[in-house]
Design a protein around this ligand. Sequence first.
Ligand code: CP3
Length: 353
Amino acid sequence: MIAAVSGTAQPRKKLLGVLGGEAASPPPIWLMRQAGRYLPEYRAVRARARTFLDLCFSPDLACEVTLQPIRRYGFDAAILFSDILVIPYALGQRVWFVEGEGPRLEPVRVVTDLARLDRTNVRGALAPVFETVRRLRRELPAETTLIGFAGAPWTVATYMVEGASGSDFAVVKDFAYRDPAAFGALVDLVVGATVDYLVAQVEAGAEVLQLFDSWAGVLSEAAFRRWVIAPTAKIVEQLKQRCPGVPVIGFPRGAGMLHADYVRGTGVDAVSLDTTVPMALAGALQELVPVQGNLDPRLLVIGGEAMLGEASAILRGLAGGPFVFNLGHGIVPETPPENVAALVRLVREGKWR
Ligand code: CP3
């Protein structure tokens, strides 16, 4: 069913219409990590930057890699090229990326580490990112929506405390359970910095914001409410005051049975679903807000009927309501670019019906 838009013109940008609660046919599509190492043209630009953070902080190069997947596939949205770990960097923590291994940070473990972080220079430290956003708004096609983003506080705090991608999250959990007041101060610091960062992205031209909570699924129910829902709700509340009308998509990866509480408790405008969310839950959530997701990124590596079959089932289940086609997590580097092209054709040509 396509919702009627009474009296006014259909919004020019399909993603904005859907995030406003309309169904679209075909639905809009973009993919998490759509700019990245699976594209040869990304690898060529990456080779021109010394470090990954240099790439994020070079408006010329960051703008170019953001546009690459738009040129190749004509996605309905571009997502700013940056990283969730620019927030710890802007707070004064040392952050670097080890080739082939991932991020490293000088960890925050004790109250004195916390005291060294400084929230006052977020806008200054991240000025090149806002310049990238301004250039993107000038260069993107008129029908393409520009998505800004940040990590959600729990996920950013896991990196700040663990110093790397967690495996069992023992260090950050022990910190949060042993000294919730100090951990809460860290989370509040990240909340404030994230609001400043996202408001500045909107001022520069971002039209939608996504909050990535990649590690939301590792917590107990009580800890999920305290460290995922509550800080996200604070961010959404401040964004609603300072940039009303800009939709916020939440991605609480692994939230399982707690998705509906997350949606109601945070006030996000839409929810991005990971691969493990079953159709029945996705459909129930779609009664609350527009949903986005959730093809397994491994199916994009495999391609063919395996990919097209599961993608078609997702489309049949959800595209009758407000729905954004996406993956359940980011594209992986070994994805053949032609499989992405085949997926976009499926969505656009409507052969899944
Ligand atoms: O989606 C996009 O195209 C926009 C860019 C984007 C990147 N990171 C670029 C990137 C976005 C939205 C992110 C978010 C991000 N970063 C998340 C949340 C989403 C998720 O995947 O769970 C997280 C947890 C991070 C932290 C991070 N950054 C990790 C764990 C890594 C290493 C993993 C890897 O694939 O190497 C990064 C590095 C990173 N961020 C790369 C890219 C394209 C790869 C590094 C490179 O190209 O040298």
